[in-house]
Write a protein that binds this ligand. Sequence first.
Ligand code: ARG
Length: 397
Amino acid sequence: MFTKLARSLHDHFSANSLQLTKRLCSYTPGNKNHSPVWAWNEWDPLEEIVLGTPEMACCPEVLPEAKACISENKFDFLIKHKGKYWKSVIEPEHYKLMLDEHANFIRILQGEGVKVVHPEPIDFAKTFKTPNFSAHGVDCAMPRDFLLIVGDEMIESTMTWRSRYFEFMCYKTLIKDYWRRGAKWTAAPKPMCRESLFKENYCADEDSSAFFDEKTSILTEEEPVFDAADFIRCGRDIFAHVSQVSNNSGIEWVRRHLAPKGIRVHALNFVDPKPMHIDTTLFTPRPGVAITCPERPCLQIGLFKKAGWDVVVAPYPDIPKNFPYYISSQWLSLNVVMLDEKRVLVEKDEIGIQKLFEKIGITSVKVPFKHCFSIGGGIHCWTSDVRRRGDLQNYFD
Ligand code: ARG
């Protein structure tokens, strides 16, 4: 039984919270129009995208966890330039072409009717300190790595490279705005990133042909960590890449978090001694088709075949290996974004993959983007699709 005072307090607060809810969003459960964030897969018609920005981006520090992800032949260059703005490291003409491609990409997206928004850079060259470590930042060029969009929900991933610990700050304004307009907002538990998260004296065997798992990883299972780019969304099924930046506990955290939505998260292991982010290894351009990297076989590829999906092996990239890929491999050829089930945004010089798309009935919208590849990501990495027209569906049984 309420006392008079309790009753009036209760009424006061419920009225206030109702008002607050009304002011902050137009949330109507079960109605997709309640949220400006809405994307369940990689292929529904694209309406809004976050595009990273190259401003103040820095050459990453080669901490042990970065060494575990990057090929050894790039170490000398990175050690020499760590912590410097890319702008001062990259050859000026190359840098200028990168900025031109970036500006042109915005025009292409807008021309397709897609709304483009950006994170806000911070000064990544500044060193920061937590009780457990200190580092300087990297960039906010790759929203894919940080933001995991599942339906109406934005999940801030933990981030695993210590140098990327504070990248979430660049997304606050955007995320708050989406949240105020009705999106659901979750931040995965911020990790401690103590020394014990990383195996001591770890050294990846670059020639290994074993399937990558927790035994070959630099990461321990001390706490859950994951990068958003290790997840690929196919409606009710999401595929997760066990990698040097996403441990089994991190994937398990995402699995349990999404289970109430009826989503199943499947962990996949690939042959890749330095796996980081699934989007150069496996991509699903539309229901029923999975494109895989010929150099990185998947242990659980049977999951797709059993469900009647075609597994198509990607051709070798056309852009040569000696193009300045300062951090990544040349498999950014696979790093594409679907405008819808029938149209893909793909690097204009990656002819092989364009031919493959043609064969499977997908038209290539050619985007000059390779100079942007240089600082570590392709079209998929540089973006995070926040709104696609379409609903949650089951494509697997
Ligand atoms: N580790 C990948 C490779 O070198 C690059 C992945 C880039 N993806 C991303 N979302 N940043 O092939």
